[in-house]
Design a binder for this molecule. Structure first.
Ligand code: GDP
Ligand code: MN
Length: 381
């Protein structure tokens, strides 16, 4: 789960990492209500769950009240990387002497968190990693930095000892945030040096590992529901993993690997999947019903391909759920089913006996092909 900048800064603040004090607003009216509490110049920043906001026009400075309102209005009407801006953060702008980078992320290659810091901050860190990897100072860690480790890292970036000690304190606190919140990423970019020789986190980014959310109840209050897909959240509650995509072929599959393969085969036949939907291992009929309901809410869906490899998942459970779904919903798109494995014979018989317009396919490829180009005779026998 990605936390927005302002939410990440709340966490930083509670761990004693210096940030700018600011306000959050979701309309120009709300900006007006808080703006007089700030000194100029102010900085107005789009709160969206993507990076590169600066380049996209989502971070602007303003010297007067009028200018601030105008820029807030502009930013609130922006669309950054396909995401409409719903909130802005307004804070007193800092003067910046130099920008540094500090972040901790999981390095999957070494299965370890890696602490990274650099004199080259403010810019895209992936870019630095590509073009100037020697500018990155790295250390693999498996627990929060100890004072001596943190100092050693800080002195590689800062020549001035007082700054190095300030940085060391921030590094240590950031590593504490990373482990306390089960993060995939905890990042400050830029960590800015102000003319008064203070280091401040001007940007903040925290991604909490979704698999740890069960024990991270606290971050629940910091999540931003306005950027979440309601279908994806609803699916999660039912133990389904659902990701909305932009095509028109609904997919219901058991197992993430099979779901990926199914989407590939749909693409092979020239189609575009409308979603990724994994009903999981031991799927009960309820899950199948819910899955159908969520898929059908998408108006783009013109056919549905159900691809089940029965193991622990029993094909007759799937068939039962499907028949129930037809009984309780208005399903007016072609449904193609490929069931193989545990109880497939029972399942096929149930579907046949039901007399429902469900086409069964013998192979995954045939099923995908039929879903991509269904013909009338297939569905109105
Ligand atoms: P990002 O583009 O999404 O990473 O957003 P950032 O919060 O990192 O802002 C982008 C850039 O805007 C920073 O690298 C800074 O150069 C600049 N910026 C952000 N906040 C301030 C501020 O308070 N004062 C000044 N002068 N520049 C800022
Ligand atoms: Mn940034």
């Amino acid at each position: 789960m990605k936390l927005l900048e302002y939410a990440s800064k709340e966490i930083f603040d509670s761990f004693g990492i210096p940030t700018q004090k600011g306000f959050i607003a979701s309309s120009v009216d709300e900006v007006e209500r808080v703006i007089d509490k700030l000194e100029y110049p102010v900085v107005i920043k789009a709160q969206v769950p993507v990076g590169g906001r600066g380049k996209a026009g989502g971070v602007k400075l303003a010297n007067t009240r009028e200018e601030a309102l105008e820029k807030a209005k502009e930013i609130l009407s922006l669309n950054i990387k396909g995401i409409p801006v719903k909130k802005v953060l307004i804070a007193k702008a800092e003067e910046i002497e130099k920008e540094y980078y500090v972040g901790i992320t999981l390095d999957r290659r070494y299965s370890k968190p890696v602490f990274i810091t650099s004199k080259e901050g403010g810019v895209d860190i992936e870019e630095i990693a590509r073009t100037k990897p020697e500018a990155l100072i790295k250390r693999y860690i498996s627990e929060p930095l100890r004072p001596f480790e943190s100092r050693e890292l800080a002195f590689q970036v800062f020549d001035d000892p007082t700054l190095a000690l300030q940085a060391s304190d921030i590094f240590m606190k950031l590593s504490k945030v990373y482990f306390t919140f089960d993060c995939q990423l905890a990042e400050i970019n830029p960590l800015a040096l102000t003319p008064s020789k203070e280091l401040k986190a001007l940007d903040a980014k925290i991604i909490v590992d979704d698999n740890a959310l069960y024990r991270q109840g606290e971050v629940e209050n910091l999540r931003s529901k306005e950027y979440e897909n309601p279908e994806e959240e609803e699916a999660k509650e039912f133990g389904l993993s659902f990701v909305k995509l932009n095509g028109n072929i609904g997919c219901m599959v058991n197992g993430a690997g099979l779901a990926m393969a199914t989407m590939d085969v749909i693409k092979f036949w020239g189609g575009e999947p409308a979603n990724f939907l994994d009903v999981g291992g031991s799927s009960n009929p309820e899950k199948v019903k819910k899955g159908m309901e969520i898929i059908l809410r998408d108006r783009n869906v013109k056919s549905i391909f159900i691809n089940i490899f029965g193991g622990i998942t029993r094909c007759d459970d799937i068939a039962k759920g499907l028949i129930e779904a037809f009984g309780s919903m208005n399903i007016n798109v072609p449904v193609i089913v490929r069931l193989t494995g545990t109880n497939e014979d029972i399942a096929r018989e149930m579907l046949e006996r039901s007399g429902l317009p469900i086409k069964t396919a013998k192979t995954m490829s045939e099923g995908a092909r039929l879903a991509v180009s269904p013909t009338q005779e297939h569905f109105h026998p």
